[in-house]
Each structure stands twice: as C-alpha cells, then as structure tokens.
Design a protein around this ligand. Structure first.
Ligand SMILES: [Ca+2]
Ligand SMILES: [Ca+2]
Ligand SMILES: [Ca+2]
Length: 231
C-alpha cells in the first residue's frame, strides 16, 4: 500500500529539487531584467543631461551669460543669485534651474535633482573688451571647474594629474542609482570646484555610477560668436 501511494505524488525531496530549479530560473531571469532596466535609466539620464546642456547654450545666446544654480530648499527650479568671482575653492553648486531653462524636469530617472555647477565668471551679464569671455581662465587657480579621473589629493593644485577637463564653464552631474561611499563619488557632492568622472564600476569599495556632462568653453564661445552675442 505504502509503496504504490508514494508514487502517486512527489516526494518532499522531489518537490525541493523542483522548487530550487524554479528559484534558479526566476532569479536568472530577474537579474538581467534589472540590469537592463538600470542601463535604460542611465541612457535616459544622459539624454536628459544633453538636453540640459543644449538649453544652457541657448540660454547663454539669449541672455549673454549662463544661469546660476537653484539653491532653494525645497528646490523651485528657478536660478538663485551666485557669486561672479571666486575667492576660495567654493563653487556655485546646486541643482539644475530647470524652470529658468524651460525644461520639463530637473530630476534624473531615479528621482533625484540633477546637479549643476557654474563658474561665476560665465554668469557675468555683459562681456566687453575689458571683461572678455573667459576662454583662458586657466591659471587663475580659484573658481575654475575641473573634472578628474580620480579624486585629486588637492583640489587647489593645478598640477594634479588625471585631469579630464579643466576650465569648464559648467558641470552637470547625477548621482544616479546609488550614493556610494567611495571617495570618488564623494568628490561630486562636496560643493567645491573639483569633480570626478570615470567608467561605471560596481566593484566593492571602488563603486562609481555617477554620470557627468560638462560644457566646453570653446563650444559655448563658438555658439555665442556665431549668434553675434559676444563683442
Ligand atoms: Ca531657486
Ligand atoms: Ca552614485
Ligand atoms: Ca568636489
């Protein structure tokens, strides 16, 4: 009796094996799905920031200057006043002034505000012969926004190696999905004039998923000259 009964259904061991196989299959399918979803967000984020960068150039052509960051709490999307010159390593950092730029949103695909830093020299309302467009601001040391491959030992040191970009008028960045505690990501949230941009990395203690874009002073200069808004 017992013998034939045992073969009418699954034994506990058989059930366990089936459950393990199902769990493995579902897990194997879900992992690539979440990876793909994350990659979609990253692609969408770059498109958002590229749109913001284009809006910055348009704003500069119309107004003869770049906007200042939004620094209100809570953010209202409108630029706040920023310093035109620099006396320290502090930068004009805050959030993208998306309302001032007439953009749909100032949030990245993870729901966090897109960061925006601007060199105050480019927020001057009028560039004249005595106040020229600061294409060659390199060397004045303070106030110039710079992007590095890894966190510089000294943000003030112009001789730091691994410079990706220097003398950029504006930097846009997103912390993306995770606010990692890596030192390179910390460089992007400490409100000074130095930033880090490097390849996506999920290795423990060296994580980096921030996304950055910056405005080339040469492209901005070229577009403003083409539009006839520089002296
Ligand atoms: Ca504001
Ligand atoms: Ca991050
Ligand atoms: Ca920094």
């Amino acid at each position: 009796m017992n013998h034939s009964f045992a073969h009418k259904g699954f034994t506990l061991i058989e059930m366990s094996i089936v459950l393990v196989i199902v769990a493995l299959l579902v897990g194997g399918l879900l992992a690539p799905l979440s990876t793909r979803k994350e990659q979609e967000r990253r692609t969408e984020n770059v498109a958002l920031m590229e749109q913001a960068r284009a809006a910055l150039i348009g704003f500069a052509i119309v107004n003869g200057r770049l906007p200042c960051p939004d620094t209100d709490t809570p953010l209202d999307g409108l630029e706040n006043a920023c310093a035109s010159g620099y006396t320290s390593l502090d930068a004009n950092t805050g959030a993208l002034p998306w309302v001032t730029l007439e953009l749909d949103t100032g949030l990245d695909p993870w729901g966090f505000p897109i960061g925006y830093a601007v060199n105050g020299a480019f927020t001057s309302t009028t560039f004249t012969a005595s106040n020229p467009f600061p294409l060659t601001a390199e060397g004045s040391s303070t106030g110039i926004l710079r992007v590095f491959l890894t966190r510089p030992a000294n943000c003030a040191d112009d001789a730091e190696l691994g410079t990706v970009a220097e003398n950029v008028p504006a930097v846009l960045w997103s912390g993306s999905k995770t606010a990692y505690a890596s030192t390179d990501e910390a460089e992007n949230t400490n409100s000074d004039r130095c930033f880090v941009d490097k390849p996506y990395n999920t290795t423990n203690t060296n994580e980096f998923d921030d996304q950055l874009l910056w405005l080339s002073p040469n492209i901005l200069f070229n577009r403003m000259v083409s539009a006839g808004v520089l002296p």
